[in-house]
Design a protein around this ligand. Sequence first.
Ligand code: AMP
Length: 505
Amino acid sequence: MNKNIYTVFEQHFPSSSDSVFIETVSGESYTYAVLQQHVARIANLLLAHGLTKGDRVAVQVEKSPQVLFLYLACLRAGLIYLPLNTAYTESELAYFLENARPATVVCDPCSEEMFARLGEAHGLRNIFCLDAQGAGTLMSLAARQSDMFTTVECGKDDVAVILYTSGTTGRPKGAMITHGNLAANGMALQKTWHWRQDDILLHALPIFHIHGLFVACHNVLLGGSKMLFVPKFDAKRIIELLPKATVLMGVPTFYTRLLDSPDFNRDVCRNIRLFISGSAPLLEQTFIEFQERTGHTILERYGMTETGMNTSNPVDGARVAGTVGLPLPGVEVRIVDDSGQTVQADTVGLLQVRGENVFKGYWQMPEKTAEDFTQDGFFITGDLAKFDNSGYIAIVGRNKDMVITGGYNVYPKEIELLLDEIEGIRESAIIGLPHKDFGEAVTAVIIPDDIEHVPDEKTIISQLKAKLANYKVPKKIIVLEQLPRNTMGKVQKNVLREKYADLWR
Ligand code: AMP
């Protein structure tokens, strides 16, 4: 049987072809019937340009319904979809093209020339354009294609999407996510969140990340339900639209920003069935304030690019502040000590995961993949966690050097390497410090060659901005004469984090 995830979606499309899939803030509306036509046309276009099963399609465009049609077309045609953060700069993109060697790029018209230049050396065959309004060569050429398409046969282990995640070494790794992973995780969430056809999702997340693309859109597609598509989070707009929705999915920053708005109240939330939070820790204070203001209890869940969603607080039953709930159906979660022994309740250990949801491995990095799995097939997440006596899991920290700012992951090594190249900087350490809005704020500590001649903060920041997506650029640079180190010479970032804990508070 064809395990292409598109066939699974199709089985759940509503029987009435007039049912709406997406409504945009500019008043456009696309039914499931229209979705299927666009998807078929784009799939035909891509195959007509010589792409074959397993070829990569890299996509760096603004959010629009047409991006989703493109995504579904890639799945349907057996092509590997490779979404890229819109904030990535030219030097970041050069690496992705070199590493993934996509056959096709779909980009905003204003970056077409850059991609043509970057792709020349890496076998890039076609570039199509798609702008923020959903117009461009992709859609105009697809319009000439047939709206009939036979979904390409895929096995459950065939790769559907490559999502890049950075690493502690600073080199991003392409997580290969299969058709089987997407189907298993999508169905587990449908069940756990009691998804309904009459649910209306308010979608304000980016769609180049697992949260906005898989968790949000797949639930809508598998539920045959509708979503209201907002280009990006804006508290005022969300407050206007909330009465028309039944579910909101967000990163914790969404919730703190809503609470900062005096117009956010119980009445605005009257039709909401579920407020879901993930991608970064939700503070207990936010959880409680939200309950007090709205009468709603935020449902927190936990997952990551490599595994999809692993745990969730329940819809029926207690949602416990500071916890990410219970393992999802079909997901095995264990917490172990350094020797691999399972720890008892209330003891912090390393969180490991096994199940159909867990990815196939890192693109062309078999050794790195092997390092991140145990002998018995559990993925080592790098998160530190503990179970309570009722089986609820709390994520208490990270064993990996990573900052999460506004829901985006930042890997310090990548920035430290760039800082260390700057003249006058001997060494550096990037840390995340508690910040009310972003959760954590990226902060740099630098050690200059000569404390009397410290490089200027503005110059450092502008040099980093030229090479890094904005969210990775430090919000502040702290100058020290030396970094705190342990007896093994390892930089003690925990000491720095403690010392500057109140910097943003
Ligand atoms: P990403 O791959 O971008 O989705 O990031 C995954 C990482 O985000 C996880 O490994 C965790 O460190 C963190 N994360 C995701 N959800 C939560 C949560 N609810 N609470 C704490 N950390 C989370």
